[in-house]
Design a protein. Structure first.
Length: 212
């Protein structure tokens, strides 16, 4: 799965790379290692506003969630399996709300006996890239506060990620940079989505053991 990412780019670097203007910059700080379980805000580009970079909170909260259940639910929706998006109640209402999650890389651990070996995975030819995600604008019915939230889609692992993530053998949905804007096309159909949600070719990726 994908619970840790690198989001170290400045907003200006993101703006230059993705040709989009920041909607707001307050609360965004570039970070070497972002823990999804801390419910951080990360830069995204949404289907409904493709010319803007916005800050959404990691951990999708569907519109039907009650306030007392929302925090617990968000911890369970950091990732969404590509194979079950249309079936899972938490995600099926957001399949037409797709987004790009803007990162510099992500982290995963290889299990070797009782040892966990940390890896950093990135695209050597593209220092900034996008993970495919879904989003939801959740409104707290008690306070009226609206929180923009997102989840990162995961797919079966390619050969590189099968080696690294050797227990669950999955990986985040890394978009080929040439196809990023197609993922947030409003007219994208279900069969096209399924064609998109495939493991990225391993030759486009690189990995390194942290601390080696």
């Amino acid at each position: 799965m994908c619970y840790y990412v690198k989001a170290q780019a400045t907003m200006q670097q993101l703006q230059d790379r993705f040709q989009a203007d920041p909607l707001e910059t307050d609360g965004y700080e570039p970070q070497e290692k972002v823990n999804g379980f801390a419910m951080p805000y990360l830069p995204v580009i949404t289907q409904e506003d493709p010319g803007r970079i916005q800050l959404f909170r990691w951990g999708l909260i569907p519109g039907w969630a009650k306030p007392d259940k929302a925090p617990e639910l968000a911890r369970m929706t950091l990732n969404a399996k590509s194979e079950t998006l249309y079936e899972k109640p938490s995600f099926k209402g957001s399949v037409q709300q797709r987004c790009l999650v803007l990162v510099s890389g992500f982290y995963e651990w290889r299990h070797q006996g009782s040892t966990k070996i940390p890896y950093f995975i990135h695209l050597p030819d593209t220092p900034l890239f996008a993970l495919g995600g879904l989003y939801s604008h959740w409104k707290n019915e008690q306070t009226g506060t609206e929180i923009p939230t997102f989840t990162i889609i995961t797919t079966p692992a390619n050969e590189l990620m099968e080696y690294i993530h050797n227990t669950k053998k999955r990986m985040p949905f890394v978009l080929n940079p040439a196809l990023e804007k197609d993922w947030i096309r409003p007219d994208l159909k279900r069969n096209e989505m399924n064609q998109f949600m495939q493991p990225l070719e391993q030759q486009l990726m690189a990995s390194e053991v942290i601390g080696a």
